[in-house]
Design a protein around this ligand. Structure first.
Ligand code: PMP
Length: 354
């Protein structure tokens, strides 16, 4: 740290992204990327825009915005885009939380929430998940601030049904509920239709996972026009060109070929079911996941050992050192072949260990 670094940030612990080692070719099952490439038309749309990089991007992302509005049956003014949903979450935290309106989120959830809260100097409460790693909405009832829920949750993969979530939104019209739906396309139930009914509901989404765009960085929020306008005020106060030309064009092309991506989600969920079954047969406890990853742990092989041993064998999975989940690993669902390799390697490890 330099002596010039602002005291406001000197105790900030930044988010640690999933590792991207370059020392060898890994089977990458650690950052919940899609194993499937973009549709050819998407790569072509981005390449066409690459020839016009001398021009700023459209701050309104008009084509993309109109296509999103059509896809999700909302109006263009109900949508805002970000450089990944991380940016949207950061803007939403700034917009709807402060000293007087603290944040509440689960103790085991997306690791960026406490970082954004700390960076923006927003007090927060971490609410423990139940013993079975589910969220109990009762625990959030009466909380005098802004609630953030990843649904399905990460890294657990567990989905909270909308029927359980809705009362939390309905009973608290004075505070915003942010629902982070990064993984919803894999089998969750989106809260987007409910944004028409509840002006305090903000649904946040991303093209990173279900739409093979992690490297393109495209996130969004959908909500009541007034909530979106608040986020726009902050976005225009930071970087109106936050979505670059290539990404905006790719996003529009994706929505024109959305069937391809939704089919990929189905394929991934078939592979997820197979992987879950195989891991269970090997004695793993696997949480019920509605996402493109599974959260699994075994008494026969502790979480960190499994992570380390697989890395040596060329497979990356995500290990968290948090006490409560340190015996688990989050494993992204890749192609069927990649998952067969994973299971084979775990089998070999167990033969050695038991
Ligand atoms: N929310 C959750 C729950 C996530 O796991 C992620 C991915 N790390 C994000 C948001 C952010 O994704 P992105 O910035 O790539 O849109």
């Amino acid at each position: 740290m330099s002596k010039y670094f602002s005291g406001r940030f000197s105790s900030l612990t930044p988010y640690v992204p999933g590792e991207q080692p370059r020392d060898m070719q890994y089977i990458k099952l650690n950052t919940n990327e899609s194993p499937y490439p973009p549709a050819p038309a998407v790569a072509e749309a981005a390449a066409r825009e690459a020839e016009r990089l001398q021009l700023y991007s459209d701050p309104e992302c008009l084509e993309l915005r109109n296509l999103m509005a059509e896809r999700y049956q909302v109006k263009p003014e109900n949508v805002v885009f970000g450089n990944g949903s991380d940016e949207i979450l950061d803007l939403a935290f700034q917009a709807f939380a402060d000293e007087a309106h603290p944040l509440a989120f689960a103790d085991i959830t997306y690791g960026f929430y406490p970082v954004f809260a700390q960076k923006n100097r927003i007090p927060y409460t971490e609410i423990p998940l139940k013993n079975d790693f589910t969220i109990d909405p009762e625990d959030y009832r009466g909380f005098p601030g802004t609630i953030v829920l990843a649904n399905p949750n990460a890294p657990t993969g567990i989905n909270l049904p909308l029927s359980v979530l809705e009362p939390l939104i309905a009973e608290n019209p004075e505070r915003v509920v942010i629902v982070d739906e990064a993984y919803v396309d894999f089998g969750g139930e989106s809260a987007i239709p409910m944004t028409k009914k509840y002006p305090n509901l903000l649904a946040v989404g991303t093209f990173s996972k279900s739409r093979s765009m992690a490297g393109g960085r495209l996130g969004f929020a959908i909500g009541n026009a007034a909530l979106i306008a608040d986020i726009e005020t902050l976005r225009y106060s930071l970087n109106p060109y936050n979505v670059n030309r290539m990404t905006a064009a790719a996003g529009a092309a994706i929505l024109k070929h959305d069937d391809y991506y939704m089919e990929n989600c189905k394929k991934i969920m078939d592979t997820q079911a197979w992987t879950t079954q195989q891991l269970q047969m090997l004695g793993f406890q696997v949480l019920p996941s509605c996402t493109n990853f599974v959260f699994a742990g075994s008494d026969k092989l502790d979480g960190e050992t499994l992570y380390r041993e697989l890395k040596q064998r060329g497979i990356l999975i995500r290990h968290f050192s948090l006490e409560r989940i340190k015996n688990y690993n989050r494993i992204t669902i890749g192609t069927p072949e990649q998952m067969e390799t994973l299971i084979r390697e775990i089998q070999k490890l167990l033969e050695v260990k038991v």
